[in-house]
Design a protein around this ligand. Structure first.
Ligand code: ATR
Length: 257
């Protein structure tokens, strides 16, 4: 998606993938700086490690304690996080859901679930319900939200009434044999307007298929992937990202047979 974006903007830049052993991450970042790279993206498990390897952390990286984007500027490495914002942008763009004042049911309390929960709380939702197989992990996140965002009503367990959005941040649905992460005996899909699944491959999980059949608005996580990349593009180039071009390029790669 970045190479497609560079071509669209007429930039003679290249985006390349390198597999780096975590024990060589510092050397890799230093090497990129020495070679005058414009920047880097990092993924698991490097996002947390890189926090201590940059010269400066942007507020986005400070808030989430993780770096997925580095920009080299005047010889300094600046760390950013474009993941959390991408959740909000994708919900707005792909589902037309505004989080402010909304009621949200979030499934999952792993790495992705925690970031989503905190970001959603930071957007001033009215109510947030957290559900996770390991209940203690959802409880720990609820406690963190109560401390950081006291105005948000947060609870653990399925809601009794309707919600505006159900968001899946569990990994259940990645494999073809996986069931749905939602316990429909506890919460019927008829009680939500919209369903977002962070999983984008397969394009339609069982959860999304059932939600669609029930009449909910649905979207998968491809928009999150595109928007974290679009923001990184803007950080590196200082130009607006050609988001539609980037989305087409991603879809071409991810869904190509
Ligand atoms: P990620 O970084 O993608 O969030 P993770 O931190 O391993 O990955 O979290 C995976 C999430 O999917 C967790 O919420 C996990 O539930 P637990 O906290 O109970 O482990 C959830 N998950 C994974 N497999 C599951 C399953 N078979 N049933 C229900 N939840 C599952």
């Amino acid at each position: 998606m970045h190479n497609a974006a560079f071509a669209t903007r007429g930039l003679n830049w290249r985006y390349l993938a390198f597999e780096v052993d975590p024990k060589h991450l510092r050397a890799a970042i230093e090497g990129a700086r020495a070679m005058n790279f414009a920047g880097l993206n990092l993924t698991v498990p490097h996002k947390l490690l890189a926090v201590d390897m940059v010269d400066e952390l942007d507020d986005s990286a400070k808030s989430w304690g993780a770096v997925n984007t580095i920009k080299f500027e005047n010889g300094r490495a600046i760390g950013f996080n474009t993941d959390a914002n991408a959740i909000v942008t994708s919900l707005r763009d792909d589902l037309k859901v505004e989080l402010r004042g909304a009621k949200v049911l979030l499934l999952g309390a792993g790495g992705a679930g925690r970031t989503a929960a905190l970001k959603i709380a930071a957007e001033n939702v009215a109510e947030l319900f957290l559900v996770n197989r390991t209940v203690s992990k959802a409880e720990a996140i609820a406690a963190e939200i109560k401390k950081q965002f006291p105005s948000v009503k947060v609870s653990v367990g399925y809601p009794k009434a309707e919600v505006d959005l159900l968001l899946n941040a569990t990994s259940l649905g990645l494999k073809p044999e996986d069931g749905s992460p939602l316990d429909e005996e506890q919460f019927s899909l008829k009680r939500t307007r919209a369903v977002y699944d962070m999983i984008y491959k397969p394009a339609e999980t069982k959860l999304l298929a059932t939600a669609k059949a029930t009449g909910c608005k649905t979207a998968n996580g491809i928009g999150m992937l595109v928007h974290q990349g679009a923001k990184a593009f803007e950080i590196w180039t200082g130009q607006p990202a050609p988001v539609a071009v980037m989305r087409r390029a991603v879809e071409g790669c991810v869904y190509a047979v």
